[in-house]
Design a protein around this ligand. Structure first.
Ligand SMILES: Cc1ncc(COP(=O)(O)O)c(C=O)c1O
Length: 371
């Protein structure tokens, strides 16, 4: 069996300290990880949440995004990106992807900007970095840029770290992400005005979490000045993140080496192709997507699954998913739909062995011999 993903959680972590603490949620462990994150990305604020999805819902609510407002995002992404826009009652505007890199096509995005556009949400798909500085130069200052960094935890473009050019950088710590605590997310930003609002929204609208109510042995009263919901992270989850964040530069080097070895091996199979890497970009590596002809993609997935090589699709174009196809009729994004029918992601993680990569190669070769 070749697993699609294996996490890097260790038995020795900071959980024990948290269990001994009276605060199990939004307490000292969260605060410590938030401090590490804001320093790492050189921003004033970091806020941990229980998912990327809930982080962005809280963020859109804080920005007062509402009905008739438009948010542009690439059509080739995880459906959560569109769902968060629907959740706040706004309109999703799909931009196509570039046919080579599979990242959002900047020109198509610009074409789709209207007076109603309130935010643009590019995605660092597969860890390949979207060139936010190029987009930023072409849009008005009142349009927020929210970088979806669910697939990239490190990297630089135009000599700047991810998040430098955007208003908000949002991570996912979901079960299969490069850094995980089962479910989790984080927002990194310099916008003081919005972060306090997001923090409160993510904690049922309360102005202070329990941990902050007893600071310096003094009881601090709290209030609810607007509604909210439950999107805060527990200290139990946060304590699993700390060592993975600290060690990520080593993890990233390991992943790059594995990715390059894998790609070198598979490059000799003429029937498969890869998203193009951008030049002069120090990218992260998450997932190992390949493309094959549309008519054999599902057959290859079935074949590999029978061989106990677990693969998946990242991603079918959101414009082709029933809910979005029916609601946003005629909003076609051709490159995204083509890639969504051609792509599959092969097993990829830091624990994958060379022998497993060789087996994946052997089985794909065999498939093409038979088909
Ligand atoms: C590109 C992208 N954005 C957003 C998300 C949503 O993350 P979460 O599951 O933490 O809400 C994912 C999750 O897989 C993703 O791949």
């Amino acid at each position: 069996m070749i697993a699609f993903y294996k996490h890097n959680l260790k038995k020795k972590n900071y959980l024990e300290k948290t269990i001994k603490s009276p605060y199990l949620t939004s307490g000292p462990a969260c605060q410590e990880v938030e401090n590490i994150l804001s320093k790492k990305f050189n921003k004033k604020h970091a806020l941990l949440t229980n998912s990327w999805t809930n982080a962005v819902i809280a963020l859109l609510l804080a920005l007062k995004i509402k009905k008739n407002d438009e948010i542009i995002l690439p059509a080739c992404t995880f459906v959560a990106c569109a769902n968060v826009v629907e959740m706040v009652g706004a309109k999703v505007v799909f931009a196509d992807i570039d046919k080579n890199t599979k990242l959002m096509d900047i020109n198509d995005c610009i074409k789709k900007i209207t007076k109603k556009t309130k935010a643009i949400m590019p995605v660092h798909l597969y860890g390949n970095l979207f060139q936010t500085h190029k987009l930023k130069k072409k849009i008005k200052k009142n349009i927020f840029i929210i970088e979806d960094s669910a697939h990239a935890f490190c990297g630089e473009y135009n000599n700047k770290i991810i998040g430098y050019y955007s208003d908000f950088l949002v991570f996912s710590f979901y079960a299969t992400k490069s850094i995980t605590c089962g479910e989790g997310g984080a927002i990194i930003t310099n916008h003081t005005k919005y972060i306090d609002k997001i923090r409160s929204l993510s904690n049922n609208g309360m102005t202070k979490p329990a941990f902050k109510r007893f600071e310096n042995n003094k009881y601090k009263p709290w209030d609810v000045t607007s509604f909210g919901f439950k999107a805060n992270l527990s200290d139990i989850n946060a304590s699993l993140l700390k060592s993975q964040i600290i060690e990520y530069s080593k993890t990233a080097i390991k992943k790059r080496k594995i990715y390059n070895a894998y790609k070198k091996k598979l490059s000799s199979i003429k029937e498969i192709f890869f998203p193009e890497n951008l030049k002069n970009v120090n990218r992260d590596y998450y997932l190992f997507p390949i493309g094959v002809k549309k008519n054999i993609r599902n057959k290859l997935i079935e074949f590999l699954t029978v061989q106990k090589i677990f693969v998946t699709v990242n991603f079918k174009s959101v414009t082709k998913l029933s809910y979005y196809r029916n609601k946003y009729k005629n909003k076609k994004c051709f490159n995204s739909e083509i890639w969504g029918d051609q792509t599959l992601s092969l097993p990829f993680h830091t624990k994958i062995k060379i022998s497993e990569i060789n087996e994946v190669y052997k089985q794909i070769k065999l498939f093409f011999k038979k088909n």
